[in-house]
Ligand binder design. Structure first.
Ligand SMILES: Nc1ncnc2c1ncn2[C@@H]1O[C@H](COP(=O)(O)OP(=O)(O)OP(=O)(O)O)[C@@H](O)[C@H]1O
Ligand SMILES: [Mg+2]
Length: 386
């Protein structure tokens, strides 16, 4: 996962690409969902208190061990299964309590990419995709063009007139994907869409999904174990034993990792550990003119500036002297935490400032887990005086 600095900075980290928080921007909202297979004594709980809010235009990757409930979750969101407890809102429709007929109506607005392709064996690739356009009031010629274009984008331009029997597993998978996305549905649910594909075709599929999210604001939920496609996600949700065990905002995490690894304390940490630290950081806002930390106070948090400018000043013999200016990507506050000493300077917000900050407890836990405390201290003292 690499991204140029500027690219990360340019994105609004509160609201990932194409998605803005607020009314009308929610695609899927899951509240307090439990799910059981079987009934009575043999009932098995496979989902535990799932809460999730997915914004329009987001690509969410759901991962987790086999049997953790990913497909079950996807089928509930897609109205392929009835909810037992809790609520799921899909755009403006509450799924709880829908009749079977109403469920079918909801499914019309969803593009499904599931493992069993269900292609029509007697129809060509083009005709299979064309089927999905039946309900659209478009001239036939436009439908053909649309079907051909999507198949072309998925590398099947040479296979338009082939029937599934003459296509490889990966090619069939791509026809199924073309069929699911040709209508640019507002929601696309995909279960292991790249499992049968080689690297290049997998990339084509992901690029297409990314374009649909960015240009059409399609919301896309992908269940996958394929680490090659993680970089396309806005969010990575991990499900373990039917529970959400982590929920990661990818751009925010990359932003944080990229800058905190310049702090000596975090310098040698592996991406995995850095990601852990990033997940514990909270966004805090400070109005222009306010103090973020004050000289003499006990240290309680480590800060990384996300937006705005702050000034560092030191008070000595009754006079205050400005010693540095900090901007996006700069961090401060680790020394007092490491030494357990009062703050040696005041950092004030010169403009409105937002920081990602880590509590002292989390900071010290991360440091101790990683390396000997003395080693950290030595590193830090050596490379930083402020
Ligand atoms: N129709 C069913 N009847 C009973 N139990 C089921 C049914 N479908 C799934 N389960 C069980 O529910 C749990 C969650 O299954 P699910 O298919 O959602 O897992 P998954 O995360 O998609 O796994 P995988 O990565 O293997 O596809 C598993 O323990 C599974 O055995
Ligand atoms: Mg599954």
């Amino acid at each position: 996962m690499t991204m140029a600095d500027s690219q990360i900075r340019d994105h609004d980290l509160h609201h990932p690409a194409g998605a803005q928080a607020g009314a009308g921007n929610d695609a899927v909202t899951v509240r307090d969902v439990d799910f059981y297979f079987g009934s009575g004594d043999s009932a098995r709980r496979v989902l535990h208190n799932i809460n999730l809010r997915i914004l329009r235009g987001q690509i969410v990757i759901m991962t987790g061990p086999s049997g953790s409930g990913k497909t079950t979750m996807l089928t509930l969101i897609g109205a392929l299964r009835s909810l037992q407890q809790g609520s799921i809102r899909c755009f403006d429709t509450e799924l709880r309590g829908l009749s079977l007929e109403q469920q079918v109506g909801v499914r019309r607005n969803i593009g499904f990419i599931f493992q069993s392709h269900n292609l029509f064996e007697s129809l060509t690739a083009r005709q299979n995709v064309h089927m999905a356009l039946e309900l659209r009031t478009l001239p036939e010629a436009d439908k053909h063009r649309l079907a051909d274009r999507v198949l072309g984008e998925l590398g099947l331009a040479e296979r338009l007139d082939y029937r599934p029997g003459r296509l490889s597993g990966g090619q069939r998978q791509r026809v199924a994907i073309a069929r699911a996305v040709v209508n640019t549905p507002p929601l696309i649910l995909a279960d292991e869409p790249t499992a049968a594909l080689d690297k290049d075709s997998g990339r084509e599929v992901i690029d297409l999904l990314r374009r649909l999210a960015d240009e059409q604001r399609c919301t896309i939920i992908i269940v996958t174990h394929d680490s090659r496609i993680m970089d396309a996600a806005d969010r990575i949700i991990n499900l373990t034993d039917g529970r959400i065990s982590s929920d990661l905002d990818v751009r925010r995490t990359l932003y944080i990792c990229q800058f905190i690894k310049q702090c000596p304390v975090f310098k040698d940490m592996l991406l995995n550990d850095l990601t852990d630290v990033a997940q514990h950081m909270e966004l805090q806002s400070f109005a222009a003119g306010s103090e973020i930390i004050r000289q003499g106070d006990a240290g309680d948090r480590f800060h990384l500036i996300y937006r705005g400018t702050a000034t560092v000043s030191v008070r000595q013999n009754g006079a205050s002297r400005e010693v540095a200016t900090l901007n996006s990507g700069d961090f401060f506050g680790e020394l007092a935490l490491l030494r357990d000493e009062p703050r040696n300077a005041t950092v004030s917000a010169a403009t409105d400032v937002e920081t990602f900050s880590l509590s002292k407890g989390q900071f010290l836990a991360a440091v101790r887990d990683h390396k000997s405390f003395e080693e950290q201290m030595a590193n830090t003292m050596f490379s930083r005086r402020a």
